[in-house]
Design a protein around this ligand. Structure first.
Ligand code: FNR
Length: 351
């Protein structure tokens, strides 16, 4: 609950890099809103829309209430939804109900379990079983742990444990950051061990350095700016082996609007994750306001896709886009070709 309160108090004022991503207007889109499909594939999971309610909570009475209402919103809108880390329920089965509620409310929905990279295969199997989960998220949160006085200090063996879970857990595994982003070197390492879905979890939204600093008596303030932006993390994937290994990307970290969601999809994501922005609506305006917000986002996404002449999510990956500012500078330094983004030939050909 401390995380929930601090996340709401701090809000989402960071720069996720999407202001640097300029869309190119297509005045002859040659498509129709009625032809737009929001369906998308992440790994082997078929989603009816590309927005995911990302991992947040569970483990206490008040969090059960939050998970219940998020699950109602997921059910009403058809969105996939992740629960927060289930480690507390694995250690104390009495709190498992605060996670199970998600499956009870939404028996046919797509539900993701969630654990940290310290989890063993046995714990991963129990977490999936607890929810009859369709997939398992493994979160990477090294910086958050380091800022927590009581946090982990030893990060050896993460890849080996993730690899064992990927090979044996029986459901797709999504490896995600929690707001510090991922660079190509880390993504390549995950691709090599067989991870098929990566959520880049970039900087610019909920800030776990700032949240943990609020819980410290002696804050390490300069760490509040640690991490690479969501836009940067998505372009980092270009020079990885993700395509060769058929790895799907999820863009998350500071996504608040349908335009930002669309930009993440254009940069290569097959879905986007939203946590803090949905939590804010739920806690300040209630469940039906959250359902309205999600439906409006999906509707607006269809409008943008129509304007761009991109009837499917896969078509968005071929839409040209100009990368400017700090993100372009980053690309230049890291050898990422911004011209190939700007000169994609994805606009529908006029015959
Ligand atoms: C989170 N997040 C998170 N992630 C995770 O993998 N396991 C967890 O238990 C939690 N817990 C959690 C609590 C709260 C209150 C928030 C707001 C978030 C991180 C979340 O899934 C996401 O990666 C980041 O919040 C960045 O996305 P947003 O919030 O900027 O959309």
């Amino acid at each position: 609950m401390e995380h929930v309160h601090h996340a709401l108090q701090l809000g989402q004022s960071g720069n996720q890099g999407f202001a640097d991503i300029k869309l190119i207007h297509n005045c002859l889109p040659e498509t129709s809103t009625s032809l737009i499909s929001l369906q998308t594939l992440i790994g082997e999971l078929n989603l009816s829309s590309p927005i995911i309610i990302n991992a947040m909570t569970g483990g206490a009475h008040e969090t059960e209430e939050i998970n219940r209402e998020l699950a109602v919103a997921a059910r009403e809108t058809g969105l996939a939804m992740a629960v927060g880390s289930q480690m507390s329920a694995l250690k104390n089965p009495e709190v498992a109900a605060s996670y199970r509620i998600v499956r009870e409310i939404n028996p046919k929905g797509i539900v993701f379990g969630n654990l940290g990279s310290e989890a063993t295969l046995e714990q991963a199997l129990r977490a999936v079983d607890m929810l009859q989960a369709d997939a398992l998220q493994i979160h990477l949160n090294v910086m958050q742990e380091l800022i927590m006085p009581e946090g982990d200090r030893d990060f050896q063996g993460m890849l080996k444990r993730i690899s064992t879970i990927v090979d044996n857990v029986g459901v797709p595994v999504i490896v995600k950051e929690v707001g510090f982003g991922m660079a190509r070197e880390s993504m390549n390492a995950l691709c090599e061990i067989g991870v098929k879905i990566i959520d880049v979890g970039g900087y610019g939204g909920t800030n776990f350095a700032a949240i943990e600093n609020m819980r410290r008596t002696l804050p390490i303030e300069w760490l509040n700016e640690w991490g690479c932006s969501t836009a940067t993390a998505l372009v980092e994937a270009v020079n990885t082996t993700a395509k060769r290994h058929h790895v799907s990307l999820i863009g998350s970290g500071g996504i608040r609007s349908s335009l930002e969601a669309c930009k993440a999809l254009i940069l290569g994501a097959s879905a986007v994750g939203i946590a803090g922005a949905f939590l804010k609506t739920l806690r300040s305006e209630g469940t039906s306001a959250l359902v309205t917000q999600i439906n409006e986002m999906l509707n607006e996404l269809k409008l943008v896709m129509t304007a761009l002449g991109a009837p499917t999510i896969a078509d968005l990956h071929r839409v040209p886009v100009v990368i400017s500012g700090e993100t372009a500078h980053w690309c230049y330094a890291r050898g990422i070709d911004i011209h190939s983004f700007a000169n994609r030939t994805g606009f529908i050909k006029i015959t």
